[in-house]
Write a protein that binds this ligand. Structure first.
Ligand code: URA
Length: 299
């Protein structure tokens, strides 16, 4: 990495504004390789030089890996004229933990980009990194990186659907989808009685059934699918085609009502994160992403 002025380096590390870091330099609080540095124009190499502020070392990390709990209603983009964009959740004010906390702090580049996309109304795990090689490899179709979603689907998802997803579906692409693992979470509880209870389901419906106006029932295609029933499923796919999950269910005559990504490349959405919150990935999680796409770990 090219050498840069120490006042710029410190400012980019978030230590303070250019004038604030000049004060720190003047006070003799900054050292480079153990020698006090007072001149703001002094050049440092962020990788090879050891820079300390009040005795605390700033370590340089060229790559950053983050998981964001993307909320529904925001676009996977840096900026958008009308909608909130995911990058707005990662503004510098939310990244204060990078600065001198705890003992060793890290200088992070700020060119993060999302690894793939989630639809406007999809929520859940969105990975972001400035490690272009990893992102590219994870998104490459031949890498077959697992992406797991939790979905609520209008109608009754059946064992027949599970088999069809495993075999591959025609969703209007050149080739059928790759085999996908579909797991029904609330059981195949659509008994024949329930299937035909559509007309009076709001009187007979059990848990898991919600009101569906008669007008909308025909949308589901087959008279065998109870419009009132909401299936909960977990689906793992190895591709990332446009609206893929929604199109897979559509090809079975079913509509996705709610979609949340819960894992990607073996890294799970942290249960402690709330929509809009993010955290850095652990070393173990970063390693897991490399393994998921068959890339040797850097360094
Ligand atoms: N599949 C979809 O249909 N939408 C997403 O956001 C992700 C996968």
């Amino acid at each position: 990495m090219a050498a840069m002025r120490i006042d710029r380096f410190l400012a980019e590390c978030g230590i303070g504004s250019r004038s604030e870091v000049k004060q720190l330099l003047k006070k003799g609080l900054v050292a480079v390789n153990g020698v006090i540095a007072e001149k703001p124009e002094r050049k440092v190499d962020p990788v090879s030089d050891c820079v300390t502020v009040s005795g605390k070392r700033l370590c340089f990390e060229p790559y950053e890996y983050v998981m964001l709990y993307k909320p529904a209603g925001c676009v996977t983009a840096a900026r958008d004229a009308r909608q909130k964009a995911v990058m707005e959740y990662l503004g510098p004010e939310n990244r204060a933990d990078a600065v001198l906390e705890p003992e060793e702090s890290c200088f992070h580049k700020t060119d993060l980009a999302p690894v793939g996309r989630l639809d406007l109304d999809t929520e859940g795990l969105l990975l972001l990194t400035n490690d272009g090689e990893l992102a590219h490899r994870m998104l490459a179709p031949k890498s077959h990186v697992d992406k797991t979603y939790f979905a609520k689907v209008q109608g009754c998802v059946t064992e027949e659907d599970v088999r069809a997803f495993a075999e591959g579906l025609e969703i209007g692409e050149k080739y059928p989808t790759l085999p996908a693992e579909l797991v029904i979470l609330n059981g195949d509880t659509c008994s024949p009685k329930e299937r035909y209870a559509v007309g009076s389901y709001n009187k007979t419906a059990g848990e898991g059934m919600t009101y569906c106006p008669p007008k909308e029932r025909h949308v589901l295609g087959s008279p065998n699918i109870p419009a009132a029933y909401i299936s909960e499923v977990k689906l793992t796919i190895q591709e990332g085609k446009f609206h893929q999950v929604k199109r897979m269910f559509e090809s079975r005559g079913k509509k996705v009502l709610y979609l949340k990504r819960i894992s990607m490349g073996g890294v799970e959405l942290d249960r402690l994160l709330r929509p809009g919150q993010w955290r850095r990935l652990t070393e173990e999680e970063i390693g897991q992403l490399y393994v998921s796409c068959g890339l040797p770990r850097k360094g």
